[in-house]
Ligand binder design. Structure first.
Ligand code: HEC
Length: 147
């Protein structure tokens, strides 16, 4: 016959549960506030892509054909010398969005947002030897000149 006293253990675990629940909510609130003020730590920030994102896009989507440094490969021309180096930011954006299906340049307007296209266009500009060339409508790459 069991005479073991039944230990009331409800209170303790309830507190632990409450603690876990509240720290979870606290974390959520912190993230939400962080996102609201545009903090960089926000993991699901929907804002415009940063310079780092542009580099990621370039490496993921463009470098295979245009090379990591933009000087081209057998699959794509140089964007930092020759005729394509003269393109302005709006021309770059247009070229990236529309692509040139007949010559092997994919169109990115379906797979990339206008912000991403703008960011990667600015990134291309930053790859050029003289850095971003001055053109009336060009904007410097986000994050300033790279070393
Ligand atoms: C599958 C290979 C390939 C990929 C991937 C690719 N390109 Fe191209 N790209 C080309 C080729 C080939 C051309 C040359 C088109 C021509 O001869 O007119 C080109 C041309 C361009 C041009 C000039 C377009 C114009 O208006 O004349 C730009 C700008 C450009 N690419 C940027 C990019 C960017 C940015 C990415 C990534 C988002 C990218 N490309 C991805 C192959 C590629």
């Amino acid at each position: 016959m069991s005479t073991r006293p039944v230990r009331p253990r409800g209170k303790g675990s309830a507190w632990i549960l409450a603690f876990v629940a509240f720290s979870g909510i606290g974390l959520g609130v912190l993230l939400a506030v962080g996102c609201a003020v545009g903090a960089n730590e926000c993991p699901f920030r929907p804002g415009p892509p940063s310079a780092g994102d542009a580099r990621g896009i370039w490496l993921r989507s463009c470098a295979a054909c245009h090379g990591v440094t933009g000087k081209g490969t057998r699959s794509g021309p140089s964007l930092i010398s020759g005729k394509f180096a003269a393109l302005t930011v709006p021309e770059l954006e247009e070229g990236i969005a529309r692509g040139k299906p007949l010559s092997g340049m994919p169109a990115f307007r379906r797979s990339m947002s206008p912000e991403e296209i703008a960011a990667v266009a600015a990134y291309v500009l930053g790859l050029r030897p003289g850095g971003p060339t001055a053109s009336p409508t060009s904007s410097p790459p986000p994050g300033g000149p790279r070393p």
